[in-house]
Design a protein around this ligand. Structure first.
Ligand SMILES: Nc1ncnc2c1ncn2[C@@H]1O[C@H](COP(=O)(O)OP(=O)(O)OP(=O)(O)O)[C@@H](O)[C@H]1O
Length: 578
């Protein structure tokens, strides 16, 4: 419409939000394009010519990759040209992008494609990281040729945002590229790997990592175009490994270590490729408590460790001289306890690595968005628009990428009184509230006596990689094999885990509940140590009728198993179900 007299056209709403034009970025050999795109916006990146990789995973030429809520870098060894386009805004059910930003373009920045920040960096530590990969490859080749020898067991340590997870991805990406099948262990509860936050996981990586989704996702239902990686999952509903004085974290690490060792013992490919362990930044602070936990990880990662032996063969320290020197003092050239150590005299090596200048600090709001998006994709898949399907069934997906997976979670009503819910009550490190009274836990509570039924059935050795769909039979209680033989031990008395016996409250709304593999009345330590079948999300609480409306990744009856409430962590996630 023309404005009378001035002959000026009124700017249309569309032109106010006109996407920036495509940008071509030419990268010289050995440089990388670093970018930050907010939640609520997307960019599309295409490799036009040359070769490029994102944290060790190669990009295919002319394929469109879509990124949202990502801070990352695309690196090239030999030079390349990229095309960057603005993607569509991501509409979410409540009209807000995770973290509270409006999805209507306010999260767009002024960089190429609407990036909040983007630039080319010529200096990167990629040569150092590639050298680590080649050194690990040499150890793998030795493991292959000298029968019975284990491949490298790598522990990555460093302060927060030092690039530990990125390095783990790079080393995993390079290993899978040369047909290795490393086991990747995530000991960082603040961010999930192929699972929700608050989980400690181990996954055998046999195929490449998803470029768009970080580690990728592990759909419980629905078809997947790429092989699905099924992690072995333990629930650790606390933010720091130091919470509860390490009394919850350490035993779970031991359980994971047993599973990993068992897998390595029976699978030659896994034994040769070895293990890559990512850790939380708080351990990088090098406090006495953190060092105690590091020592536990180093020693425990060998199924049945003899006293004072070590499983980890290589410690990589990123971005902290102080931690590096402590690690050298404590572990350099100390013998490992690996099966092969006896005849090869294997010793621990500590390596210092540079932190990439691209590592960005992620503030609390961004991490909240990352966590919400991990939980959302657990239930709805990784096509962001699919999150609208519960609230707005008619909305169509705007996703253009073929690797997007849309899942169909189910909602159901549960009787609160029929559930065996447990809750960790230890205060977290930076919390005043103290519900933790050791005298009230475990001892003398007959409901914690063994139920005589099964214990956990999932272990890494039964983990499979499936090209169609992860079986919904993961909810099948008939898969329990062994029986509990011990009674509640003294360890229960130290464990800040308590059966929830009060009436339901609104605090349950918008939180996650983990379904363990153990019976409803299993001893507390069995509940802590059980791997997890899956999670449900509490959408609604009817306090009067004592009902919970929950969202589950697959349909069917809720299994009669002990449930653990993720009240404190991952905590409340609002707006998953409209
Ligand atoms: N070279 C790079 N260019 C751009 N961004 C990067 C680069 N390396 C890492 N990042 C980003 O910096 C952030 C921190 O990196 P990363 O998650 O690897 O650190 P971390 O040490 O594992 O952190 P935490 O202690 O929280 O686990 C991430 O968002 C990551 O994608």
């Amino acid at each position: 419409m023309s404005l009378p007299g001035l002959e000026l056209a009124e700017a249309s709403v569309e032109s106010q939000y006109a996407p920036p034009p495509p940008t071509q970025i030419n990268l010289r050999a050995g440089s990388e394009w670093r970018f930050e795109i907010a939640f609520g916006s997307t960019i599309q990146v295409k490799l036009l010519t040359g070769t490029a990789e994102l944290f060790g995973t190669e990009l295919a030429q002319l394929q469109t990759y879509t990124f949202s809520g990502t801070k990352a870098a695309i690196y090239t060894w030999h030079g390349c040209a990229l095309e960057v386009n603005a993607g569509e805004g991501v509409a979410l059910p409540n009209g807000f992008a995770p973290g509270g930003m409006s999805s209507e373009g306010t999260s767009r920045g002024y960089g190429a494609g609407g990036c909040q920040s983007e630039y080319v960096a010529e200096e990167t530590p990629m040569v150092e990281y590639a050298n680590v990969h080649f050194a690990l490859e040499t150890m793998r080749q030795e493991a292959q040729t000298e029968g019975g020898k284990d491949g490298p067991r790598v522990l990555i340590l460093g302060p927060e945002n030092a690039g530990k997870t990125s390095l783990a991805k790079i080393l995993t990406g390079y290993a899978t590229k040369v047909d290795r099948q490393p086991i990747v262990v995530n000991l960082n509860p603040t961010e999930g790997m192929l699972s929700v936050p608050g989980t400690l996981t181990a996954t055998a990586f046999r195929s490449m990592i998803d470029v768009e989704e970080g580690w990728g996702s592990s759909p419980m239902s629905g078809p997947s175009p790429v092989p699905v990686k099924l992690p072995l999952v333990y629930f650790y509903p606390m933010k720091s490994p130091l919470d509860a004085d390490g009394n919850v974290f350490k035993p779970i690490v031991s359980k994971l270590a047993v599973s990993v060792t068992a897998r390595m013992a029976e699978d030659d490919d896994a034994r040769e490729a070895g293990v890559i362990i990512d850790t939380p930044g708080i351990l990088g602070q090098g406090t006495p408590k953190a060092l105690e936990i590091i020592h536990h990880i180093v020693t425990e990662f060998s199924g049945m460790p003899p006293v004072n032996t070590r499983m980890v063969s290589t410690i990589l320290v990123l971005g902290s001289e102080r931690l590096y020197s402590t690690m050298v003092k404590n572990y350099e050239q100390k013998p490992t306890s690996s099966a092969s150590a006896a005849h090869s005299d294997e010793r621990i090596t500590v390596v210092k690595l540079s932190k990439s200048g691209g590592c960005v600090d992620r503030d609390e709001a961004f991490m909240k968005s990352v966590n919400e998006s991990q939980i959302r994709s657990y239930f709805f898949g990784n096509a962001m628009a699919s999150a609208t399907s519960v609230a707005l069934p008619s909305s169509s997906s705007s996703s253009s990428s073929s690797s997007k997976i849309t899942l169909s979670p189910h909602t159901q009503q549960l009787d609160f009184d029929s559930l065996a819910l447990y809750n960790y009550t230890a205060p977290s490190l930076n919390e005043d509230e103290d519900e933790y009274d050791p005298s009230t836990f475990g001892a003398g509570d007959s409901s914690y006596l063994p139920g005589g039924a099964g214990t956990e059935s999932a272990d890494l050795s039964s983990q499979t990689e499936n090209t169609t769909q992860a079986s919904s039979a993961s909810y099948d209680p008939s898969s329990f094999t062994s029986s509990l033989t011990t009674s509640s031990s003294a360890a229960d008395t130290l464990l800040p885990l308590k059966k929830y016996t009060s009436p339901p409250t609104l605090a349950f709304a918008n939180t996650l509940v983990a379904i363990t593999y153990v019976p409803t009345n299993a001893p507390l330590e069995y509940i802590r140590d059980s791997s997890i079948m899956g999670f449900v999300y509490v959408a609604d609480v009817d306090v009067e009728k004592k009902k919970l409306r929950v969202l589950a990744p697959v349909g069917g009856r809720m299994p009669a198993r002990a449930l653990v409430w993720g009240r404190k962590w991952p905590g409340e996630v609002v707006g998953l179900v409209g």
